[in-house]
Write a protein that binds this ligand. Structure first.
Ligand SMILES: Nc1ncnc2c1ncn2[C@@H]1O[C@H](COP(=O)(O)OP(=O)(O)OP(=O)(O)O)[C@@H](O)[C@H]1O
Length: 332
């Protein structure tokens, strides 16, 4: 099921939450809507779902204009950050709920429901929890059950709004990998809202970077990271250093896009080591360059020779790599 969003705008009183959004999602794609808080991600998701009406523009599902269709007729599945499972129902009954609520003519019999629920619980790898109640599950397990419940009614589109937002960092990381693998298996057209760029990069086929109600860029994770369409995209997708060169050029580069040396080399700048922070496989060194107010962060492999025995206060020499950019989209 493809989704076409065309010229969609939405105001809340005088506030422009979405300003002429255009977006084509292909069948089976997992697309992330990524942007800072308040940029309009959830509003766009709700408009796709039919929970919110746009002031102008259309939503087309697989060639059919569904703009005036009710949320129930759009056949979308949801998973939200705080997706309340029914507390008084077992995991099994929660997943079966949507099937049992179907109109009589479409409702499967109990034997079919039983098989389907167990298949779904297998898919989310939690069949062993079928008889438990939601309060006996961890947060991560609950979200996987919420996903199984959303999938039970065979939605044509799956919409996820910060589904792992309330979980701790480690569980979040596990679950997003798990979701990416699950999507490989199921291939359901899915739209995933997140403000976490790492999450979007890891899960999505394509990322829609949003800011203040507009789309800044749409592209694969590699495209938006390596060829940012604007300063905003560059800064939103990762840490950035800014450095004014002697010729007055403003250089932008990521902490890992540097060469470091203990010895003075041609083209390198001297900096005083302010901090040395081991971060697992890499180490981050913070440098103060004379005449530059902003500190520079450099990240190198933890066994990099420039780090051997290095202490704060020493001098290191640094050179931004050739892929540093002077203005977004143009090599320096
Ligand atoms: N029902 C509403 N009435 C008035 N303003 C609203 C309403 N819903 C959303 N907004 C405003 O529209 C803007 C976009 O909100 P939205 O929830 O889409 O942002 P978001 O990108 O999903 O943010 P977050 O990541 O914080 O959830 C915000 O400034 C919000 O305050």
């Amino acid at each position: 099921m493809s989704i076409d969003v065309t010229n969609v705008s939405k105001n809340f009183n005088t506030f422009k939450a979405l300003d002429n959004i255009n977006l084509n999602i292909q069948s089976g794609e997992l697309v992330a809507l990524l942007g800072p808080s308040g940029c309009g991600k959830t509003t766009l998701l709700r408009i796709i779902a039919g929970l919110e009406t746009p002031d102008s523009g259309t939503i087309v599902f697989h060639g059919e204009d569904v703009s005036s269709h009710d949320v129930r007729d759009r056949k979308v599945g949801f998973v939200f950050q705080h997706y309340a499972l029914f507390r008084h129902m077992t995991v099994f009954d929660n997943v079966a709920f949507g099937l049992r609520m179907k109109p009589k003519g479409e409702r499967p019999n109990e034997t079919t429901i039983k098989k389907k629920v167990h298949d779904l619980l297998d898919l989310v790898q939690l069949d062993w929890l079928a008889d438990r109640y939601p309060e006996q599950l961890s947060g991560g397990q609950r979200q996987r059950i919420a996903l199984a419940r959303a999938l039970a009614v065979e939605p044509k589109v799956l919409l996820l709004d910060e589904p792992f937002g309330a979980l701790d960092a480690k569980v979040r990381k596990e679950l997003r990998r798990w979701l990416a693998r699950l999507h490989e298996e199921v291939h359901l057209t899915s739209v995933f809202v997140t403000h976490d760029q790492e999450e979007a990069m890891e899960v999505a086929d394509r990322i829609v970077v949003m800011n203040k109600g507009v789309v800044e860029q749409i592209g694969s994770p590699g495209e938006v990271y390596d060829k940012p369409a604007s300063d905003f995209v560059y800064h939103f997708l990762g840490d950035a250093n800014e450095l004014q060169t002697e010729t007055g050029q403003q250089l932008l580069f990521r902490p890992h896009e540097v060469s470091l040396s203990r010895l003075e080399l041609s083209g390198y700048l001297a900096g005083e080591v302010r901090d040395i922070r081991p971060l697992g496989a890499i180490t981050r060194v913070t440098l103060k360059l004379p005449g530059h107010e902003q500190l520079i962060e450099a990240e190198v492999a933890k066994d990099h020779q420039s780090l051997a025995g290095l202490v704060r206060g020493e001098t290191l020499f640094i050179k931004p790599n050739d892929n540093a950019i002077s203005a977004v989209g143009q090599p320096a």
